[in-house]
Design a protein around this ligand. Sequence first.
Ligand SMILES: Nc1ncnc2c1ncn2[C@@H]1O[C@H](COP(=O)(O)OP(=O)(O)OP(=O)(O)O)[C@@H](O)[C@H]1O
Length: 266
Amino acid sequence: MAIVAQGICVSLGGRCVLTAADMALQPGEVLGIVGPNGAGKTTLLRVLAGLLRPDQGSVRYDGSTARELGRRALARRVAFLAQDGAATWSLSVEALVGLGRLPHRPPFGAESEADRAAVANAMALCDIAALAGRTLGTLSGGEGRRVLLARALAVDAAYLLADEPLAGLDPGHQLETLKRLRTVAAGGVGVAVVLHDLSLAARFCDRLLLIHRGLRIANGAPGDVLDDAALADVFGVSVLRGQRDGVPFLLPWQPIDARGPTHDGR
Ligand SMILES: Nc1ncnc2c1ncn2[C@@H]1O[C@H](COP(=O)(O)OP(=O)(O)OP(=O)(O)O)[C@@H](O)[C@H]1O
């Protein structure tokens, strides 16, 4: 059981943006996908979600290809939280979260008890019950992100692919969201999440996949992947490291450019 991608190559606009990428997402784990802007993280996630067909390579979902599964079965198995969810929809929050149940319902079929329970659970988990009657367009950016996460969770999929779910969230809601993803993984879901905050990625992910210029640079335990050399080479930063209650953390500190760290120490 896993999503397994092998030899994925993708060209966009005549440029190769992913080269021979291999990866696997196991049930019950939180896999962090990290890398600089433009590295190919979103492209990889879209391939895994079956939204973008790679030029080369294969993706298997618990052994089956997307074609063998069919679109509806794939949509039930893999939930996708996009980076840029539409914010102008005039549906109520509750109805919008209910869209996550569409792959479970026959065309024009009524909502089942299981649908209602999944929507209620997802709304409770994302702490948005109080927003149920509002529309997405009237919510703050951070509230909207929580609603779209709830829609993805309402799918009750075996795998959740989340592209920058922390974007626009304040620190409290960032931590809450990562704790939610850990709760979801503890229930057996395989969670792949694109993150820019390396400190949070190291703290909350079981494993990290580091991508740079469309290439997989490293894959393993956060402490092994985020070593000083990789952070300097890939992100061009030096970091401060510390520990709290035995848990290591890191803080990006200085950009490193050809001239070395800035001279005034800031
Ligand atoms: N439709 C497209 N046409 C041409 N190039 C594209 C297209 N979509 C993405 N790209 C390019 O592919 C590369 C990878 O993009 P991708 O969105 O996967 O990066 P990312 O790692 O998610 O970046 P970010 O952290 O900035 O969101 C980038 O150089 C981007 O400009």
